[in-house]
Design a protein around this ligand. Structure first.
Ligand code: BG6
Ligand code: MG
Length: 220
């Protein structure tokens, strides 16, 4: 049976969390309150809408629907200005190497991201050609930790869910992969991502032997 590999985007392929942070902080400051890096941790893997709800909670602000919609747009316009300047130098260490390794072996690869900006980001960093399927914030109805995003990706790749491997940096993403019955691999803090089947600080720690063992594995 063939295996499929699914990558989260923000925090796994590129470190866009810092741009999300700067854009949310600007909005918070405009609304008269601080937004810290620690608070930004809560935003990882979480949809734009949910992020704004949490931000307004932090600032104790009640918004009308019009204000809410306006702030969503405003944050994204600021975020897109950062994305505009991105290039392949911002791909996280050894991500391209792992993608190429899988490509050389004809392993199907998908993106499974909550972001509605996934496609332009992959274009900017020149990684679009590696992906056989892109499932992003535009194609899902239920956010991580719901497994929907990864199940659609598996389906698009034509691979059984329990023959898929997921790379994730967010707790909600690891939970989504586990709920989909996929092999979950935490990229980042091992303590925070302790629900993952395997943990790595980044892709530089992942050996070819380990990748090979994942490819050979038939089922979770
Ligand atoms: C996730 C990020 O990948 O995408 C979240 O981890 C972000 O921080 C979410 O809020 C939605 O992103 P976007 O680009 O649609 O605002
Ligand atoms: Mg992420």
């Amino acid at each position: 049976e063939k295996v499929g590999f699914i990558f989260d985007l923000d925090g796994v392929i590129v470190d866009t969390a810092k741009y999300h942070y700067l854009a949310w902080r600007k909005l918070a400051n405009e609304l008269g309150f601080e937004f810290t890096k620690d608070q930004n941790e809560l935003f990882k893997g979480v949809s734009r809408k949910r992020c704004l709800e949490i931000l307004l909670d932090i600032g104790n602000i009640t918004a009308t629907q019009d204000q809410f919609d306006k702030w969503m747009v405003e944050k994204n316009v600021d975020y897109l200005a950062y994305i505009e300047k991105m290039n392949s130098s911002e791909i996280l260490p050894d991500v391209a190497k792992v993608l190429q390794y899988l490509k050389n072996k004809n392993i199907p690869i998908a993106l499974g991201s909550a972001s509605k900006n996934a496609r332009p980001i992959l274009e900017k960093v020149d990684l679009l050609p590696y992906f056989d399927s892109i499932v992003d914030g535009n194609s899902v109805t239920k956010a991580k930790p719901d497994p929907e995003v990864f199940l659609i990706a598996a389906d698009n790749l034509g691979v059984a869910a329990n023959s898929c491997v997921v790379f994730e940096d967010a707790v909600a993403g690891i939970q989504a992969a586990n709920a989909a019955n996929m092999v979950s691999i935490g990229i980042g803090d091992t303590e925070i991502l302790n629900e993952a089947d395997y943990n790595f600080n980044d892709f530089t720690e992942m050996s070819d032997d380990f990748l090979e063992s994942l490819i050979k594995k038939q089922h979770k």
